[in-house]
Design a protein around this ligand. Structure first.
Ligand SMILES: CC(C)(COP(=O)(O)OP(=O)(O)OC[C@H]1O[C@@H](n2cnc3c(N)ncnc32)[C@H](O)[C@@H]1OP(=O)(O)O)[C@@H](O)C(=O)NCCC(=O)NCCS
Length: 209
């Protein structure tokens, strides 16, 4: 894959994470503990590692292996969070999943929807993927707004799906395929043509926990 993989819209830009980002990211993760913990992936029986250098090296190895693309998200040149394309499956699936966070002081500025749109457009063009998925806990209202804004399609409830904050948590799954966005995710959103109703959760699947 292209080592220079990068994208930008307005003040928001994506670039590959570097080992040099470790100190900044570690500082953000530690000073945003209460903000991030309820949504943070954990390992059953394990503890969260704050060895960011090791974490970044592992992400970059996944990038070299073709199984993921680890971005940092910048706002006006300042690192404000991460967006990770993970679980790239090739062959007859050509699918992947996106995870993301921004530091609390950057919340509410539309940074994440912009970053998700940029990353999905990279995935569908440069990486030639066909489908992008986002899985969200039912309690995560702000993240549900991100997929709603971009018109990701609700695909279903996955019980006890991902180990988050120390336990197996239910998730809602949302996805886009290339057929949904011939004009691109970002330009569809900017044109006001993203169908927010696509992310609506059917009454039978509505949960609170
Ligand atoms: C979910 C998250 C990535 C959204 O990022 P963002 O860049 O703030 O996205 P947006 O600016 O589009 O805001 C989305 C919604 O968050 C809510 N929001 C806005 N400001 C907020 C704040 N200061 N605190 C909490 N929520 C806020 C609003 O409901 C907003 O929707 P609106 O624009 O219709 O009002 C961010 O809240 C976050 O990092 N949370 C912690 C980690 C996390 O949940 N990751 C995702 C796991 S699936």
């Amino acid at each position: 894959m292209d080592q220079q993989i990068t994208s930008r819209h307005g003040d928001v830009s994506l670039r590959l994470v570097k080992v040099k980002d470790a100190r900044t990211l570690q500082h953000e993760l530690l000073s945003n503990r209460a903000w991030l913990r309820p949504w943070e992936a954990t390992v059953p029986g394990g503890s969260i590692s704050f060895d960011m250098r090791l974490g970044i090296r592992r992400l970059l190895q996944q990038y070299r292996d073709g199984s993921g693309v680890p971005f940092v998200v910048e706002s006006d040149g300042e690192v404000c969070g991460q967006l990770n394309i993970w679980g790239i499956a090739r062959g007859s699936l050509n699918s992947a999943t996106i995870g993301y966070w921004v530091a609390e002081r950057f919340a509410g500025r539309g940074i994440t929807p912009t970053a998700v749109a940029l990353a999905t457009d990279i995935a569908f063009t440069q990486l030639r993927l066909h489908r992008m998925e986002i899985c969200i806990r039912p309690e995560n209202g702000p993240s549900l707004r991100v997929v709603e804004k971009l018109g990701f399609r609700y695909e279903g409830l996955r019980r006890h799906y991902i180990h988050i904050d120390g336990d197996w948590r239910d998730h809602y799954s949302f996805a886009l395929t290339t057929e949904d966005v011939p004009q691109g995710v970002l330009s569809r959103w900017l044109q006001g043509a993203a169908p927010e109703s696509a992310a609506a959760i059917p009454p039978a699947d509505r949960l609170r926990s």
